[in-house]
Design a protein around this ligand. Sequence first.
Ligand SMILES: C[S@@+](CC[C@H](N)C(=O)[O-])C[C@H]1O[C@@H](n2cnc3c(N)ncnc32)[C@H](O)[C@@H]1O
Length: 224
Amino acid sequence: MIAQRLKKICYAWEGWAVDAYLGIKTEDYRCGQPSLGRGIFSDSACYVSKPYLLLSAILSPVKIGPVDTFYDIGSGLGRVLFFVAWRQKPSACVGIELDNELYKASIENARRFAKRFPDRGAAQARYANGTVYFAFNPFGERTFSAVLERIEEDLARHPRPVTFIYFNAKYPEVFRRHGWELTRTTRVTGSPLQTMYFAKSGCPKPSPALKSSRPALRETSPQA
Ligand SMILES: C[S@@+](CC[C@H](N)C(=O)[O-])C[C@H]1O[C@@H](n2cnc3c(N)ncnc32)[C@H](O)[C@@H]1O
């Protein structure tokens, strides 16, 4: 009995401590029942989370890394998502939650987590498994170069044809320097802004996504 109580206190303390470190709140939620019996099959469970020590043990047999996308189905306040994001750094963590109150609180957790562990932006993001990338003049040459490097690293791990749609293309030289093939240059009728389409990794033709948008585009010849 005493041992049980002690264990409970330890787990609660550990929950508070890790939450505080991650900048999130998943410990103090009153285990409410708003989602109980809901969902299209009326079989939903209510929110309850597990101690971080147990989570760590549960997750440890599975290797999760930069090429993975992690889903928590029934994510509650996001404890598992933030723990995995912090410890294992997958490409992305996705939560699916039915209860609106929990969902909103988990978004607030996401905001606080991002403040504690700031995203280092596009230059250091992971681009796992992308096949079509789009950018509307978001940054300058140095960041573009870093982004292409990150994409190329992923292509080396998982070879596949990729298309890059670069709208208002101000720094096409970067793509050329990185060995991307310019497959098309267009201007949308009525706009002076140029869109360039680049391909990499043996992608001989633009992807089907590009073909379907052809009627809206007036083509000009690719630049050498
Ligand atoms: C036992 S809790 C687990 C919470 C979280 N995974 C964790 O470990 O911290 C189950 C969660 O699933 C959610 N849930 C139940 N039915 C659902 C459904 N049909 N769709 C999405 N989420 C659901 C509940 O609201 C609850 O937050």
